[in-house]
Design a protein around this ligand. Structure first.
Ligand SMILES: Cc1cc2nc3c(=O)[nH]c(=O)nc-3n(C[C@H](O)[C@H](O)[C@H](O)COP(=O)(O)O)c2cc1C
Length: 359
């Protein structure tokens, strides 16, 4: 078999291995071949239309790289404050800059002042660290919305439009937006809002099918995404909210005419979801899944040193979900600080062997 048909999984044993784009190409005969395809945002070509959702505290450099290795076509940074960027805040700049970043990559910024947003976007653009600037119009966190930023921008469409326009004027890369369906159930305005963003020059639209009021709970309201594909015409529209299975891709495409799919919580503890959606079957074996788990932790240790262990916890609990031994494994690992013990317990967990320390 040629190298193309035999993916080399050696990278799983070597977290510093060079990025290999093999899994970003759909497998021949993939059941979703009518839905998953390369796509362009402005002049930026994405190898496929699956996107890793930005998630603060989750989608750091290690996780973005892991998901890219496992096939996702495009990743976006955690939201970064435009004010912090213009003040050259080291922590914020480090958060969006990742040495081994797979491209294309988008940096997401938030704020409510057009001038500050434009200055921040220009700083990021000049560093050449990303291919797209995304503007956050969906964050529900009180600290953010009380400044008029995040999902509060859905209540001030003129301001949101001004931000898109001003940012687009000063950067060389495409500017995109990510919003919700509205502020509350009584003020669902996503269709008009999206039209305005398109008129202001947004080069891709992502909509999380919940209101700000709903936060992250309740089912995503896909019915409010209907017609958005038509409204966006040639501008890519990415559907987001509760996508975790192949049938969700088909259904969303049928109902909304979306051109791409953004996945968040569905891939936490299950980063091989992207490979599965692309028709690659190599990750169904629990032994291979354990190697992904170990690779992920080791990569984080290389990035953060000992701080990696508490940062890994959100992923750890994701990996441990939906398994008959999940509760026991959580109990053993919830305060564990030794990465060797985490790997040892993870190995037993994925192999369905008795967990160390449990009789
Ligand atoms: C812990 C967490 C952090 C998030 N941080 C961001 C963020 O920084 N920027 C953003 O646009 N959305 C953020 N989101 C929203 C996700 O990108 C996504 O829109 C949402 O989780 C719905 O998709 P899902 O159902 O696939 O998870 C976050 C979500 C979660 C759960």
């Amino acid at each position: 078999m040629s190298a193309q048909t035999t993916p080399d999984l050696a990278w799983l044993n070597s977290p510093s291995a060079k990025f290999d784009a093999f899994f970003q190409s759909p497998a021949p005969g993939n059941s979703l071949e009518n839905f998953i395809r390369p796509i362009k945002i402005g002049n930026v070509l994405l190898p496929n239309n699956l996107v890793l959702a930005p998630m603060a505290g989750v989608t750091d450099g290690s996780f973005r790289l892991l998901c890219s290795r496992l096939g996702v076509g495009y990743t976006v940074s955690e939201l970064a404050s435009s004010k912090a960027i213009i003040m050259q805040n080291r922590q914020t700049l480090e958060m969006v800059r990742f040495q081994s970043q797979a491209r294309p990559y988008g940096v997401q910024i938030f704020g409510s002042e057009p001038d500050t947003m434009a200055r921040a976007a220009a700083i990021i653009d000049q560093q050449g660290i990303c291919d797209i600037i995304d503007i956050n119009m969906g964050c529900p966190v009180p600290k953010v919305v009380k400044t008029g930023a995040g999902s509060a921008l859905m209540n001030t469409p003129e301001l949101a439009a001004e931000i898109v326009k001003r940012v687009s004027e000063v950067v060389t890369v495409p500017v995109t937006i990510k919003c919700r369906i509205g502020w509350s159930q009584n003020s669902i305005n996503v269709k008009d809002f999206v039209k305005r963003m398109l008129d202001s020059g947004a080069k891709a639209i992502t909509v999380h099918a919940r209101t700000r009021q709903a936060g992250y709970s309740g089912d995503a309201q896909w019915e409010h995404l209907e017609e958005l594909g038509q409204i966006c015409e040639d501008v890519p529209f990415f559907a987001n909210g509760d996508i975790s299975e192949p049938e969700h891709i088909e259904e969303l495409h049928r109902r909304t005419g979306c051109s791409g799919y953004m996945i968040g919580r569905g891939c936490v503890g299950r980063p091989w979801l992207f490979a599965e959606l692309l028709g690659h079957s190599q990750f169904s074996d629990p032994k291979t899944r354990f190697r992904v788990f170990r690779h992920h932790l080791i990569d984080m240790l290389m990035e953060y040193g000992p701080k990696a262990v508490p940062l890994f916890r959100v992923h750890l609990f994701g990996y441990l979900k939906n398994h008959h031994n999940a509760a026991k494994a959580r109990r053993i690992l919830c305060d564990e600080r030794d990465p060797h013990r985490i790997i040892e317990t993870g190995q037993a967990f994925f192999s369905d062997l008795p967990l160390p320390g449990i009789t």
